[in-house]
Each structure stands twice: as C-alpha cells, then as structure tokens.
Design a protein. Sequence first.
Lengths: 550, 518
Amino acid sequence: MKKNKYLLLISSLLGLGLLAAAAIEENYFREWRRIQEQARGESGPIPVQLRQIVNPALKAADRCVSCHVSMAPGESMLRGAEMLRPHKPVVHDPAEYGCTVCHGGQGQATEKDDAHGRVAFWPEPMLPREMSWAGCGTCHVPLGVPGEKPLREAELAFERLDCYACHRVEGRGGTIRPDGGGMEGPDLSFAGLRGYDAAWHEKHVKKAEAESGAWRKSFAPVSAEDQKRLEMFLRTRTGASALVRAKSVFLSSGCLGCHRVNGVGGDDGPALDAAGLKDPGRLNFTGVPGGRQVSAWMAEHFRSPVSVVAGSQMPPAALPEEGIRQLTFFTLSLRARELPERYVPKDRVRAARFGEREFATDGETLYGAFCSGCHGADGMGRRLAGLAAFPGIAHPDFLSIAPDELILRTLEDGRPGRRMPGWLKPEGLRPEEIRAVAAYLRELGGTTRQPDSRPARWVAGVAARGRALFERYCTGCHGPSGKGGEGPALNNKVLLAAATDTYLVETIRRGRRGTAMAGFAEPAPVRPALSQADVEAIVAFLRSLEGGKS
Amino acid sequence: MMPATEPKDALREFRQNLRAAPKRMLETAFRSGPPRTDRSRSTFVFGNVFLHLHSVRTHRWSLRWLTTAGLGIATLAAFLITLVTGVLLMFYYKPYPDAAYQSIKDIHFVVPTGRFIRNIHRWAANGMVIAVILHMARVFYTAAYRRPREFNWLIGMALLVVTLGLSFTGYLLPWDQLAYWAITIGTNIAQSPREITDALGITEYFDPGGLQRLLLLGSDTVGAEALIRFYLLHVMLLPLVLAALLAVHFWRVRKDGGLARPADADEILARERHEETYPVFAELPQKTYHLAAIVRGRTPAVGRGPENTVPSMPHLFYAELGVLMVTICICLLLSICWDAPLKELANPNVPENPAKAPWYFLGLQEMVSFSAFMGGIGIPTIVLAGLGLIPYLDRESEGTGRWFGGPGGWPLVRFSLVFGFSAAILIEAFAIRFGWLREWFPNIHQLVITVLNPGTVLTAVYAAFSIGAMRRYNSTRAGALALFTCFLCGFAVLTVIGTYFRGPNWQFFWSPSDWPVH
C-alpha cells in the first residue's frame, strides 16, 4: 500500500507547488502591477491596486488606467514608465468619459493585448493611435463640412491672411498681450461649435482704423471671397480638425452617391453608419497587406474593393496613398451608437432632428460628395471594367446643347432602369441643392449653353424610316429598341421626357468628342453621313418609343 | 459508601474545567481516540458521519491501481472540484443576458484568482465527462456489472446522463457566441421528433419535440428565460440529483460487497506479493467484527475472513486522496496553461457557422446531420437502452473482475476495435465522398432517410457484428464485449470528425485553413 501513500504525497506537493506558482504569477508578475510599482508621484510611490474609470451611463468600466495611471482621476505627474504620461489635453475629461468610448478596445481587460482589443473574439479593437480622432464619431457628427478643395482653400486663407498671428486654433498661433491682458484674439478652436461674432469683419476693419502703425496692416479689409473662405474655416473648427479634413476627403470621393450615411445618400451600396465598427474576426484578410488590422483591411478595400469583398461593385478609389489613409480615417469614425440622453451632442441633434446637413451645400461639395464617384472628379465620366460606362456630364459637347430642364429632370428623377438614381427624395438632395449641383456642372464644363429658340418638340420625321436607320446605325451601341448597351438607354422615359428635340438632333449630328458617339453628320469610313432628314427621322422614332413601347 | 473527598469548591472546579476545556473540546468532537489500533481505525470510519459510507476494511484487490485506475474516484474528485469552484464563481456570476457576459469578463480580469478558478471549473467539468466515460468503460471491461451489481450499473448510467446534463446546462452560462449557438443546436435537437411527426403530418396534434424544446427554453428562443432555467438546473437541481444518485451509487457498492473482484483475487494478490496463501481461520468465523447486526442479505464481508483486507483508515483514504490530489494537479496544470474559451457576446443575428454543440455531443451532432430524429433521439435512446440492458443480457459469471474477462477476452476486444474503427470510418467516408440517398433519389420520402442513414447503418452493422461474436464464442459476454467496443470506437470516430473535420454548413474539410472565409 506504499504506492498510494507516495502518490498522495507527491501529488499533494505538486498541487501545492502549482498553487504557489499561480499565486505568485497573479500577485507579482502582472504587467500592471510592475508598472505601478515603479511609478513615482509627488509624494513617493503610489499604492499598487487595480484602478478603473466607471461610467454606468456609457456602460464603461475601463481598467486602462491600471497601466496608464496618469490618466486616472486624481492622478497626474507620475514619473516612471512610458505609459505613465498623462493624457493629451482633450475636451472630454477621460476621468468622466472613460477611455473606450473614444478609443475602442476592451476596457474591462487588464492584460495589454486583451485591453487593446487585439485578440480573437473581441469585435471592437482599439483605433490606431494616429487615427484616435476617429473616436469622435461615436457621438459626434461634424456638420457643414465642405469638400477637400474648398476646405484646403479655407485653411490656406486663414494662414495666408495671417490670422494665426493673433488667434489660437488647436494650440497653434496666437499672441499673448505683453501687458498681461490675455490673448490678443479669442481662441477659435471651437468656433464651429460655440459660434463666432457675425460682425467680425466690421470689427476688424474698425479696429484697423483705430489702431496705428503695424497693426493697421494686419486688419486690412478682406475680399468677399476670402471672407467666405474664412467663415467656412471657422464653421468647421470643432476641435477635431484631423477628422474634419478626413471628412472633406470623403466628401470629395463621391461615396454618398451609392452609400447612405445618417440617412442621406444612395442605395447601391450598404449604409455606412456602422462601417467603422467592423469586427476583425469576420473579415477576410487574404491579400491585405499590413496585418490583421481593420484599418489595413479598409485601406485595401478602398484600393481594390473586389479583392477584399467578393462580388463587390464598388469602383476603386482613385486616390493616392494619403487619400486612402484619410478615407480610412473617416470611415473608422462612422461608429455611432445608442447614447444616453445626457451624452447626445448638439451636432447630432441638429443633424437628426433639425435636418442640418453634414456636408456644405455648395455645388462643388455636393458634386464631389454625390456625383464624382461615378461621373469622375472632372465630370468627364468613368469607365470601369464590367460596368456600363458612366457618362461625362460636364462634357462641353453635352453642356452646350443640354437644356437646363434635362439636367434638372435627370437629377431629380434619375434614369429608372439604369444606375442613376433620382435625387429628389428625403434620403437624397433638396431642390436648392439640386439646383446648386446643376449650376456647378455648368461651371465645371466651362461652356455656355447655346441658345435654342425652337420649341421642345418640333421634329416631323417618319418614325418607320427612323427605325430602319436606327437599326442600321444605332443598335450596335444603344441596343435593340434603344434599351441600352455600351451606350445609354435611349428609350428611357426620363430622358425622352426631359430632352428637347434640338438636344437629340444635335447630339446625333455632332456626337460627343472623347466618347464612342461619333458625329453622324460627318461621313465615316464605315457609313455615310446622315442627312438632316435622316437624323430627324431617327429622332421621330425615338419619340415613338416614349409612348411605352419597349 | 462514598469515599472521602475534598469539599466541593466551585471556583476551583471552574478554573480546572477551563484549563481542561481545549483537550475536552477535542475529545468531545472526536468520540474515539486517534486511529492507532485496528479497532480504533474501524471506529474512525464507522463512527464518522462523513466517512461511514465507506466500509471499515477494504480488500487489497480494490486498491490495486490496475483494478480501477481510480476512475470512479477521479470522477467524484472532478465533481467536487467543479462544486467548490462553481460555488466560488457563483459569488460573481450574474445569470441575466445583459450581465452574464460582463460578469464572466470581470471574473477573468478583475476578481482575484478569478481567471484561475474559472479555468479550473471548465477543465474539471471536461475532466468529469471524460472520467465518467472511462469509468463506465472500466466497469464494463472488468464485467463489474454482473450479479449483484446490475442495478448499480443503471444508477451509473443515470449519473452519466446527469453529468452530461450538468455540462450542457453550464455551457450556456457565459452567454457568448459559443454558448448561445451550441444551446441553439442542442435544443433544436431536442425538437427533432418533429422530423417524424412532420413526415406523418401529425405535428399539430402531437408535438413532443416542440414540447421538449419549450420546456428547456421556457420560450420560443434562447433568451433570458432559458438562461435562468439552465442556471437553476446547473447550480441547484442537477447537483442535488447527482448527489442523491451518488449516495445510492456508493451505498450499492458497499451493499453489493465492495468493488468487484475475480474469484481468484487472493491467489493473484499472493502471486504479486510472492506470498503463499493459506486460510487464516480453521473455521470460518460467524461474525467478523463489531458492527451493526447482520441482517438477511449481504454484508460487506460475508463468508470470508478479514485476510487480504486492510483497514480503510488509512489505506483506502490514501488511495482516494491520492486520486483526488492527482486530479487536482491535472486541473491546476491545465488551468495555469490554458484559458477557458470565451468568444464574443452572444448575438442572435450572427449565427456561428459552423455552430457546434459541446464536444461530448459532437458525435451526436454528426449523426444529426444525417437525420435529426435518429441522431438526436433515436440512436441515443437505442444506445442508452442497450447500455442499460447489458447486465441483464449478460448473466454469465466467467471473467468477473478481470480486465476483458469472459469468453473472447482481449483478442475479441482487439478485433472489435479494428472492426469498430473501420466500419465507422468507412461509412463516414462513403457518406462524405458520395453523399447519401437524396443524391440519387431527390424526392425520396423523409422517413426512408430517417430509417436508413449512416447512423442507423452503423448501428445495424455493429449489432450484426455483436451477434456474430455471440455465436462465434457462444457467449452473451462476447457479444457485449464486441458491441461495447464498437460503440466506443463509433463514438470516438464521430466525435473526432465532428470536432476537427466539419466546417461551415457542416461540410467536410481536411483542415480549418480550408474553410471558406466570409
């Protein structure tokens, strides 16, 4: 029976040893303990204990501060490890908000990889450090953001006109009065949220007149255009200029043409309201450079959508690497979630309840946000493999003969049966915005419309003859009965309803340079020129399609 | 006449009594002294409320490592470990869907030793299931279910079912994706009688499947009701049932004469210890030792003397505590090295694909993939019935107490292993490679598939093999050996396939790296 005695003895000793090992590991070798042990505060070492920030309203119990001790409420100015640096100055006190509401990650964890969320089965990993401002999107909706070009002009105007000399914006610029009266000019970092004096220009000019010497030059009157730029700059100062810049890139990439954000946008692609909350465990990372990070996946998605999402119809974002980075940055900020009332910010209320727009409503921004994805930043259209060509709507040949009615009708009603949606709808654009887009198109094309004195319908041709001509010369691109193919669908109700006969006739006669549509009034090696009568017959045939014949 | 004594002095008595109090406390707590003689060792066991379920003397055969491999005690040890760690976890776990997952995270990260205790609980629970299956196999192979131990075998089967129930109910409690979808699968399997009632068109009148699922979930979906229900079953009802059954199980071990041993156990022991056997008593004693009155029936050591028995205190307890400690050590080691799994928070909108039941049900799930009713209810019922009938069908006496005892012996078991593995692998391979009846007869009636599917075919093949063994060796024990071994093989093969080779949509994949990504 000795065997059992020894079995008991040895296994008991082994068990005690294992328990001791586990106890030692838990109480001495935890990373957060070691960090806290080497921290030194003003009055010496700090007590070593688990620390957390609890915010029941935001459902947060963030234990990040067990390692990042300086960010805990009541702690500051600790010396020791790298991570004992205090939090950068931010609007929302981490001691109240916790950490994960902005940064993501797994707040309840006390081990580094678990806490940063870079483990399997945690769906919300921490945002990359350089994209931390994307966390603002959990609650906030930046309003009235312009496209990339207008925003850059606005930023440059503020610099060019030397406003930084007196005004501080996000820690940059500003002068302190030598006589100890504070800053020369107010801090404009949050002018977009708190508002600014509408009469600022008059006041500056008055001050210039009152002052003498060098100050006089500083306040020279500013041109109306520059005033507009400066005001756009002020309106977009919300304390997160990196996010606003990223949003402006988003608004110049035409994404809203297919995707909906906060209820506004197109239907071709999925809504993007939770696009920043992608669960890395459910993403396919084959072919994605940069590791299993959501940001890497997103960036590759923008570079080549169909390689990361099988069957994707999204065209590649035609942007350089920096633009891809900005798009990724903004998309990561699309992470809005249910918030308790106390934490709903004003901008979200303004957008959701009062219908204020997230984007600036000038034509350039609207075109960049809704149209440029398909029609190109220059308005000359895009050709993508496997898809029907997107027309060049700022093409000079088009604009010179297209009546305003055609452009407006197409914008409002779209082209049913084709990819162009009608934009006059609650999730789309408002009438004044559509008009702004149409005006911008004219500007983009750079041509003026040739006047047309004829009525909308004046063609008197023989439809039967037109059909024969159509079948000989047109169906190759425009499909049988004009239902479309390489070329646009000509039996489209909206097109036919809105287009004037002049427009149709002139398009056929002159063609559209740079596209496959030749000018049929000119002879070509494979066909003779069409006479005016021929063209009118074809148009008469097209008109006959209007009556519902498919 | 009373002798002359000092006059009574209450204060002196008080002081004397106070000084003597500690020693007296010990004496009154333990009514008999330290166990230094055989008699006091007997009283130590017999007179102790916790220990008196044990016999006072244990046969040396029962204490051999090879007799039982300590598996029964290992199962009990695993149960005790899960009990203690489970109660500790109950201090922090909250059985409500909004709070359950968070409470597990808090236990893991914040509660001192929380991670450790939770891991121990999980590994001990898995260990208990493994140990109970191995224990059942040991009892079978040593034919220890024979007269008079048939009923104890049935109690053991009930314990097996309750153990699986405990593990299954506990599986839901973390409320993560793993738990939620595993229980969805399990309760849908409980609903599988609908396969039959639907095929017969009688579901609206007679729906045992729906009733079973409703009873388990308390609702149509896996939600707060199911969680509370499973929690109650897991922490209170099933442990109580298990404890009651355990009491009966141990009591029957005693009443049936201790652990089974072969008739020539004494000779074998003597051979092992290089002794000669001799009868100790010229005449068999009428009474063995000072115990309760002998009643009609069996007593622990009727008809033989105490030779080859040793006092339970300390020898049996060394063995039991040794097994307990080894089990504890294994659990500690596993817990230090590997964390219990926890996936994302349960999300009813995002099914796991593949959604897998806990590992001990994966063989069953594999069969369910062929026919829900047969895999979920039919074949398990047949298996349980078959296992339960073993002691009543095999009433031979040859080989009791010896490993692979009885006609056939190890050669038959070896052959059955080969046959069992091969049959299971071949039938599975056929079904995986070529498909089943619907491949060639797309409109075949569901009931045909219910009756004729890889699970039932395998069962029939095993049954035929068992009948063949019975005839070959002219022994019911041989048939039992063949069938049980085949069952173990089938269970192992199906479980391994279900665990490692089934991927999304329950398709066969050689490796998880071949699984299609979303």
